[in-house]
Design a protein around this ligand. Structure first.
Ligand SMILES: [Zn+2]
Length: 93
């Protein structure tokens, strides 16, 4: 399984769902090695993409700091934040 790719795009990772139209059997989580990141940065991107793999979308509210939403500094916010954790707990109670 490929876990990284190399592309000059504006994002550091991606999550690709594998779905037959009814059931999602897996997500492929990949990091973009085009960009250099610190260890914290890689953790932030990996956490974000793993969130997608747990069926969480983006949090649009810019007033909420989360891996899945507004992240003003990946050196500080590189672990799941309370809103991220809340969404996971809602989906997997
Ligand atoms: Zn995303």
């Amino acid at each position: 399984m490929r876990v990284s790719y190399f592309a000059q795009v504006t994002y550091g990772g991606k999550a690709t769902p594998y779905c037959n139209g009814a059931v999602t059997s897996m997500y492929l989580i990949e990091g973009n090695t085009f960009y250099d990141h610190t260890a914290n940065g890689y953790n932030a991107y990996a956490g974000h993409e793993t969130g997608h793999g747990q069926s969480i979308g983006h949090i649009d509210d810019t007033g909420i700091i989360a891996l899945m939403g507004n992240n003003p500094d990946i050196e500080i916010f590189f672990k799941p934040q309370f809103p991220d954790i809340d969404f996971v707990n809602q989906i997997y109670p």
